[in-house]
Design a protein around this ligand. Structure first.
Ligand SMILES: [Zn+2]
Ligand SMILES: [Zn+2]
Length: 226
């Protein structure tokens, strides 16, 4: 009897272990999904902060947006200017891996971007809409002449910053309109559930599918602001 009873207990134990294993296997993807979702929400919050930083900058600059470049177009200007004037941090000044990790905690980085994917690029992971927001025209993309926020007809629909792919060089902090420069689609991220977060001209932030951004749905690139 006691022998039989022990055997039964062993089977019970095995069943419990099996159930725990099944539950864990079911729970892990859900946990990962929740974490992915949390990073997407944090990214959206970062873009909202950048949108507000632009508004603060404009408030003290006669309603003008910060210029995309200052003189030499190879030198990033926009993101470091916002970082310096509104958040009091220096982007692109990191001298070590530790410094870079500190910079990556600022609102200029998507929480899904890793230090490894950045290389020497340290000016944030959100690309500025250079064609129709920060430059005066696509033909004059490198003009430092700023636009006024009040000049936009649909400020809640036009994106001024979009989540961009990690990488070195300029590719990650500016993006040309994908209608005229389809090749720039490679700069666009789809790391949040197949889509990207964006900061709109009015300071709000939204998410959209990567394809919708490439297809210029609702003219989110801003063609009525040539
Ligand atoms: Zn992101
Ligand atoms: Zn365009």
């Amino acid at each position: 009897m006691s022998h039989k009873r022990r055997l039964f207990t062993l089977i019970e134990l095995l069943i419990v272990i099996a159930i725990i294993a099944i539950l864990a296997a079911m729970l892990l993807p859900a946990l990962n999904k929740a974490r992915t979702r949390a990073r997407q929400t944090r990214c959206l919050g970062n873009l909202k902060q950048i949108g507000q930083a632009v508004a603060i900058y404009a408030d003290s600059s006669d309603g003008n947006l910060p210029p995309l470049y200052y003189g030499n177009y190879q030198a990033p200007f926009l993101q470091p200017t916002l970082a310096r004037t509104v958040f009091n941090v220096e982007l692109g000044a990191s001298s070590s891996a530790e410094e870079l990790l500190k910079t990556m905690k600022t609102p200029f980085y998507c929480p899904d971007v890793t230090a490894d994917s950045l290389g020497t690029h340290q000016h944030g992971s959100f690309a500025a809409n250079l064609s129709h927001v920060f430059a005066t025209s696509p033909a004059n993309a490198y003009s430092p002449k700023p636009r006024k926020i009040s000049g936009f007809r649909r400020p809640s629909q036009i994106q001024m910053f979009v989540d961009a792919r990690g990488g070195t060089g300029r590719n990650n902090w500016e993006i040309a309109c994908l209608v005229e420069f389809a090749g720039h689609a490679a700069n666009l991220s789809g790391r949040h559930n197949g889509g990207a977060n964006m900061a709109k001209v009015d300071g709000s932030a939204t998410w959209d599918r990567r394809e919708a951004i490439i297809d210029n749905r609702n003219d989110l690139w801003g063609h009525d602001n040539q």
